[in-house]
Design a protein around this ligand. Structure first.
Ligand SMILES: Cc1cc2nc3c(=O)[nH]c(=O)nc-3n(C[C@H](O)[C@H](O)[C@H](O)COP(=O)(O)O)c2cc1C
Length: 146
């Protein structure tokens, strides 16, 4: 099992742009060097935790780590959806995350609707899970302070 918590920070780069357009769920993508910093034994899949942009407010987040089998990507990616954050353009900004909890493995969906529905249930799960007192200390972690 993966070593959690895992902390990551880096600049937001352009993904394939499907997140907000096709799915209505914007995601912030990390460059290759941040992805390559994951421990070798870190399991691909969907996780939740906390995130901030340019040292702003700390939000709950869900993140997909892997190859997006629905789309058959050839490079591994880390795509973060920041919850309760009105859509903004994060390109070039610094995204900090702490990954706290494994939700599930990546699935190859046959319809986009099924992918969207499942991401919404991940978000619902994360919203409840991250309210647990054991995670409170990460929300106020020094890592998120400027
Ligand atoms: C919480 C979450 C769960 C996801 N789960 C899956 C999955 O099970 N299978 C999959 O192929 N892609 C999954 N994705 C990735 C989406 O396919 C991806 O974010 C979308 O293609 C947008 O990619 P882009 O930003 O590179 O355009 C997930 C994304 C998020 C944020």
């Amino acid at each position: 099992m993966s070593s959690l918590p895992h902390y990551a920070k880096g600049e937001v780069i352009k993904g394939f742009g499907r997140g907000s357009k096709e799915l209505g769920i914007p995601t912030a993508n990390y460059p290759e060097d941040v992805v390559n910093n994951l421990p070798e034994n870190f399991a691909k899949g969907i996780y939740c935790g906390f995130a901030s942009v340019d040292n702003g407010a700390v939000h709950k987040m869900v993140i997909s780590i892997g190859w997006n089998p629905t789309y058959g990507n050839t490079t591994k990616s880390m795509e973060t959806h920041i919850m309760n954050m009105n859509e903004g353009d994060f390109y070039g900004k610094e995204l900090k995350i702490v990954i706290l909890n494994y939700i599930r493995d990546e699935v190859k969906f046959t319809t986009i609707e099924a992918l969207i529905e499942t991401i919404h249930s991940d978000i619902k799960y994360a919203d409840e899970e991250l309210n647990k007192p054991e995670y409170e200390k990460y929300r106020s972690d020094n890592f998120f302070k400027a």
